[in-house]
Design a protein around this ligand. Structure first.
Ligand code: NAD
Length: 499
């Protein structure tokens, strides 16, 4: 059985805790590897290593640090197929989708090539008589990222690229469900010229996370995962004085106005609802058609498209729309929620629970499900299902539709489909959600903008990537200086002001 250890100080390191977790091939249901789960002592050793390497890296000029990112981008492109294959084998998503996962991370690495510009400070000449004032952004030291299973390439890169380009050293604790790609990324960073000890991958579970949260050397923690863990990480990290940004779960609504192009809206819902088997924090899981005739037309268009979805292993190539869920436990949980929706009285228009595939009977597959007549009080509406299940909640008018995402506890993404500019503009202005699409179902901002949800989808006050990524992993120092040759003012006892 393949054993996956850690990557510390620029080398592969075996796990010594004696604890391991199984890593599955979700398409076959087989255990294909075992990943080491770090002990506190192993985490402490990695942090000490990172702390020793960081000062020299911070002293390396930003242009040289940016060149490492430039080379890293080349290497990601060179190894794209290999990375995508490793990713699909552990996660289950299709190969084109796995490449998208790598590319959305690569785009952040590309943005970080601009580090010299992004880290430039501010300067005020003559802020007072003979006084100059300047601000600089300095790295924090050792920082960490804790990431989820669903984007094992993209989210680690969203975290470590800005942190490392800013001069920090980094401890990455990736998901234990698909640990291979994060280690491959660390190998590529070393090949790109990153000094050993600046990027360390320590695999593990709650013990490794707690060791990060309580450590006194680590200055900042970036987390992405489910909301209960995001809340836990945020409160424990900030209690020990760290900077924290923690992104959580989602329930993304798409409103379909009566004037929308119904074919476009239905296609958008199919891709955004069922792509990656719904295991995306920006997946659309609630469709809100406005008016009974809009709802009837939408259900009529969606039903045959959902029944025709092609489900299978990533090895089937472009012939597959989505693959299996990540684990048997995730499959059982999603099927259980579908059962609960039926019991609560929602109408199950398409039932994909019985899906089975010859030769892959033990894989974690299920077909797409569609619920109609879902209401606000139902568990399937309140909970993030994280599976290929779309719920339709019918709204009488725009205000009733708007109120649904507004009053939901999550606030990650949302979208409206309409041809009316006034309605779209009103929606974008009033909605209390971090990322908004207008006729765009999955409005994931590009690398040079920032990504982050509101309400229970995000804790902390800076977003991921874009300029916020650099702000999060640096702190500002402001210097006031004067060269008072011959000045003899005497002591000043009141606070200096610009008199
Ligand atoms: P998860 O919360 O189970 O795990 C995330 C990380 O936390 C992993 O590294 C895991 O090892 C660690 N962890 C798990 N349980 C822990 C515990 N009890 N104590 C300490 N650490 C723990 O999430 P997941 O299942 O890997 O990912 C799916 C979730 O992530 C979904 O809720 C999805 O919406 C969310 N997500 C959010 C965003 C976003 O930007 N808002 C992006 C991607 C995924």
């Amino acid at each position: 059985m393949q054993k996956i250890g850690h990557f510390i100080g620029g080398k592969h390191v075996d796990g010594t805790s004696g604890r391991f977790a199984d890593v599955y091939n979700p398409a076959t249901g087989e255990v294909q590897a075992q990943v080491a789960l770090a002990s506190q002592a192993e985490m402490d050793a990695a942090i000490a290593n990172a702390a020793a390497a960081q000062p020299a890296w911070a002293a390396t000029n930003p242009q040289r640090r940016a060149r490492v990112m430039m080379k890293f981008v080349d290497l990601l492109n060179r190894d794209m197929d290999k990375l995508a294959e490793a990713l699909s084998r552990e996660h289950g998503k299709t190969l084109p989708d796995a490449k998208g996962d790598v590319i959305r991370g690569l785009e952040v690495a590309e943005f970080c090539i601009g580090a010299p510009h992004l880290l430039k400070g501010e300067f005020s000449e003559g802020a007072g008589p003979g006084i100059d004032m300047y601000s600089m952004r300095q790295p924090l030291g050792v920082v960490a990222g804790i990431t989820p299973f669903n984007f094992p390439a993209m989210i680690p890169m969203w975290k470590f690229c800005p942190a490392i380009a800013s001069g920090n050293s980094f401890i990455l604790k990736p998901s234990e469900r698909d640990p291979s790609v994060p280690i491959m990324l660390a190998e590529l960073m070393i090949e790109a010229g990153l000094p050993a000890g600046i990027l360390n991958v320590v695999n593990g579970d709650k013990s490794a996370v707690d060791a990060i949260l309580d450590d006194e050397t680590i200055q900042a923690v970036g987390f992405v995962g489910s909301t209960p863990i995001a809340q836990y990480v945020y409160s424990r990290a900030t209690a020990s004085g760290k900077r924290a940004q923690c992104f959580g779960g989602a329930k993304n609504h798409m409103i379909i106005m009566p004037d929308a192009d119904m074919d476009q809206a239905a296609d958008a819902l199919i891709g955004a609802g069922y792509g990656a088997a719904g295991e995306r924090c920006m997946a659309v899981s609630v469709a809100v058609p406005v008016g009974e005739s809009t709802a009837d037309a939408l259900i009529e268009k969606l039903t045959p498209k959902i029944e025709a979805l092609k489900i299978g292993p990533y090895t089937a190539g472009n012939d597959v729309d989505f693959g299996p869920l990540v684990t048997r436990e995730a499959l059982g949980r999603v099927k259980g929620l579908v059962e609960q929706g039926v019991k609560e009285g929602a109408k199950l228009v398409v039932d994909g629970r019985g899906f089975s595939m010859q030769g892959y009977e033990d894989g974690f597959f299920m077909g797409g499900c569609l619920f109609d007549n879902v209401t606000k009080d139902m568990e399937i509406y309140k909970t993030e299902i994280f599976g290929p299940v779309l719920s339709v909640v019918r709204a009488r008018d725009y205000e009733e539709a708007l109120d649904l995402p507004m009053s939901h506890e999550y606030g990650n993404g949302t979208a409206i489909f309409t041809r009316d500019g006034d309605t779209a503009r009103d929606f974008a202005s009033r909605i209390n959600i971090g990322m908004v699409g207008i006729n765009v179902p999955i409005p994931v901002p590009l690398a040079y903008h920032t990504f982050g949800g509101w309400k229970k989808s995000g804790f902390g006050d800076l977003n991921q990537h874009g300029s916020d990524g650099f702000k999060f992993y640096t702190r500002t120092k402001t210097v006031t200086s004067r060269w008072p040759s011959g000045l003899k003012d005497g002591a000043e006892f009141s606070i200096p002001t610009m008199k």
